[in-house]
Design a protein around this ligand. Structure first.
Ligand code: SF4
Length: 323
């Protein structure tokens, strides 16, 4: 059984100006021990996808269509109490800047133990023991559970947040820009840690980022999101070596190649479409350097390009993938 299947997910926000279609027909899956990178510019729907899976949407946001199967159970159909009971055990999430959410006047171990006691209904003593185990899992000395947040560096606080996310042995961990606030060296250490944990614990990992370059080392596959949809999805090789969508091409060109000639990467001209307005044709058409006349009025369908490589572009045809 597949661990997670997201089928044609549609999550919209009710605003005073109308329905904002933040996620509008997104489909992907994730297996045990697999890591998926969700990448795209700000506002493309990545975080809304994560909030839909965890059912942590703000009250203006609603799932209008689609299914989210976790080990065969459709999370969309679960009531609030059922989802509350399963959250953190099934799926946990590490938010961007989450380390700043630690309570400054409470020992870190007590904060982790509190989460364990709340969700696992165990004694405080068991919660503290679990906090010690989790600290060892995220490669920190267990005695540091007695420290306060101000005694930790940014990287250590983020390790503590990862420990908290793992408190109830979730099947899936979602990291929403989990390393954005950290310097490059610490960022690499945290990504390596997440990578190691998902292999050891066989948990699914979804890494959300606007930075395609960090996914190549960490993920098995990448989904590129644009205007609420996945426009290309495939393995690392599919995305970097058999790039099929012009938007993916542009994203790749935005990051300098380590070791190669130092050039300032260009941004992507133009802005994403307003998701309050209906979109005619391809959503990337106004910014696309390869647009055809058909692109202005016919929306491209998602096409299989071989294996698990899919892209939504009128230019993408069947390609043969050497196995
Ligand atoms: Fe560009 Fe057309 Fe492909 Fe859209 S469908 S990405 S506009 S070539």
């Amino acid at each position: 059984m597949t661990l997670l299947e997201v089928n044609n997910l549609k999550t919209y926000f009710e605003t005073s100006q109308g329905l904002y279609k933040a996620v509008d027909g997104t489909t992907f899956d994730l297996d045990y021990g697999e890591a998926l990178g969700l990448v795209g510019e700000s506002g493309c729907g990545k975080t809304t996808c994560a909030l839909s899976i965890t059912r942590l949407l703000p009250k203006e946001g609603k799932i209008h269509g689609g299914e989210i199967f976790l080990e065969g159970t459709n999370l969309v159909k679960l009531g609030d109490d059922e989802i509350r009971a399963r959250r953190w055990k099934d799926v946990s999430i590490i938010f961007q800047g989450a380390m700043n959410a630690l309570n400054p006047v409470m020992k870190i171990g007590d904060q982790i133990a509190e989460a364990v006691v709340l969700h696992e209904k165990v004694s405080k003593r068991s919660g503290i023991k679990r906090a010690e185990e989790l600290f060892e899992l995220v490669e920190m000395p267990k005695k540091r559970i007695n420290n306060y947040p101000h005694e930790f560096s940014g990287g250590m606080k983020q390790r503590a947040m990862i420990a908290m996310a793992l408190a109830c042995n979730p099947k899936i961990v979602i990291g929403d820009e989990p390393t954005t606030a950290l310097d490059v060296m610490v960022q690499a250490q945290i990504l390596n840690l997440l990578e190691k944990l998902r292999r050891e614990l066989r948990m699914g990992l979804i890494l959300i980022t606007h930075d395609l370059s960090i996914l190549a080392e960490t993920c098995d596959k990448i989904a590129v999101m644009y205007a609420g949809k996945i426009v290309e999805i495939g393995t690392i090789e599919d995305i970097f070596e058999r790039t099929a969508h012009p938007y993916t091409e542009r994203l790749i060109s935005c990051f300098p190649n380590v070791g190669k000639e130092k050039i300032i990467p260009p941004g992507i001209d133009g802005v994403p479409p307003n998701l309050l307005e209906p979109i005619k044709g391809c959503s990337f058409y106004p910014r696309c350097h390869k647009a055809l006349p058909i692109c202005s009025h016919v929306e491209p369908e998602s096409r299989n390009l071989g294996g698990k490589h899919f892209a939504s572009c009128h230019l993408s045809g069947e390609v043969s993938h050497e196995q």
